[in-house]
Design a binder for this molecule. Sequence first.
Ligand code: ADP
Length: 665
Amino acid sequence: MLLSFLTAAVAAFVALDMVERLRHAAGLSRIWWLAGASAALGGGIWAMHFIAMLAFQLDVPIGFDGGLTAVSLITAICVVALGLWWVRAERGLSRLLPAGILVGTGIASMHYMGMAALLVPGRIAYRPEMFILSVVIAMVASSLALALAFRVRRLSHRLLAALVMAVAVSSMHYVGMAGLVITLDPVGPPSDGGLSRFLLALMVAAITYGLLLLALGASIADRRINAAAAREAEQLRLANRALEREVEERRRMELELEQARAALEQRVEERTRDLQDARLRAEAANRAKSEFLASMSHELRTPLNSIMGFAQLLLFNRVREPLTAKQERAATQIDKAGHLLLRLIDEVLDLARVEAGRMSLSMEAVDLSAVVADLVSAMQPAAQTARIAFHTAFDPSLPPVAADRTRLHQVLSNLVSNAVKYNREGGSVTIRAHVHEECIRLSVRDTGIGIPADRLAELFQPFNRLGREHGAIEGTGIGLTICKRLLEAMGSELRVETHEGWGSEFYFDLFPAAQAASPSGQGHSPRRLAAGHHFTMLYIEDNPANIELMQDVMAAVEGAELFVAPDPGSGLQMAVDTQPDIILLDINLPGMDGFEMLRRLRADPSTAAIPVLALSANAMPAQVEKGLAAGFLRYLTKPLDMEEFMGALSYALGERRQPPRPVKA
Ligand code: ADP
């Protein structure tokens, strides 16, 4: 009996252990665990029953029906399987109770089927109350055991549940046995057929060992599975760690990238700001430079006016006041040096303007033949002195070119002047224009000294005279730089071909103008005077040195009478009072500038028709243009150029008059 109980307990423990695994299993392994648990519990109950039957003592020989014994085993396993499947993972009362009832039914049906397999000589009956009690015990105890098994985790609890289950099975069995009533019948069928006790014992032992083996196998398999799962989990964990590290690394890199990007953006912003600041500073510096240059030009021109003016006056006046040969040379030298200095000032200013990009070009259709004829006639005297012949070679039917007329003239005159300067006695200068590709190529060729090949690279460097600074030929070394820049501004390029000792050819290309040449600017109609050789001029100027110079100049002009007003107020008054033929006006006057003076002279009908010439040290082209636009007949710049001044006077006096002549002695 004890052994039967123990067997039931062990089987129950194994079965509940498997049920525990069944609860956590999934898929196919669930079926296996269910099969294992059912086989363990069903088989255990069965083994318990028949061990107990081996302990059953009767005075008559008994046997066991093999078929029914086997059917009882299968029934036990199947019904238990049903019950366990029903409860499965859930442990609610609604599940546990039917499962307990099913398992209890399994135990009971196994028991009574096992009893049916008992072969005794006589009849077997059961006392109904004991039968019912045994079935109820089986159901209640099974439910309890399942409830316990599903509620707990710990081993001790599982042991307790197994014990409860064993109690359920055993008590069911023994209560059932207690209700057993055997009526022996000596004439009944013999009872020694079927399985003997020995065979039954063998079967029970086999089933029990089978159970143990099953449990062992399951636990080994489980351990294997667990180990594999653990390995897999470990691998997964490692992979996960690697992945995490990678993610971490990526995040770090992204952060770094983001930081770098932010830093870069900041740098770009700073640089942009710096650049803007630098540009503003450069613009301010440029403005300051231009202002400085303009004022420097003014400051230099004022004293130069006296220097050159008086030197020229000495020469102009030498008929009346003869000079010694030495004095004449000195005056000529002063005048020449003054001109050179003046050119230097002009060129430096020009270069500064070009370099600063502050030069405005007005592109128009320019007729080349007019420009070249003008040039040749201007250069003729210098060329004749050096016995240099001029040749022009171009087709008069060439179309006009697109250029800034003044600047083109400046470029060509610079090139021609160089071709004369750096020529040899008896040489020639050829100015050529011809169609080259879709452009018109202009070239100035000389038969002069040429440029050494090793110095060619320095050709367009400002102030670089390629070693000629020690020679007799005067120059500043800026002219070609300005030419190059001016041509670049017009979209062209100055190039040179030269052979030392043979000569040079400077050339550049210009596009033909799209439309015909525009009409030249309309001139002022000179005021025609009815008077004979006499004329009056009012000079409004505050600088005593300039006044003195002009007095001397006018004293040297035949028929000229000069009035001088030292300030704007008296100037306006004198203009009305004396009605001069010409008014010569300084621009920088105290209290009122020349422009305002001009406006007032024009506003007064009695002075409105008098031609007004400006004479100013403000010699920047923009100022000259402004002066002409304001209505000055001519805008003369200081230092005064005697020839230009005389030309302006004769222009103002009108065509009918002879140009002013020096006073005869
Ligand atoms: P400048 O003539 O005032 O010295 P340029 O800028 O016009 O200055 O010319 C720079 C230098 O190039 C000159 O000093 C001279 O050495 C050289 N050069 C210019 N034109 C010629 C030329 N036609 N033949 C030889 N050398 C020339």
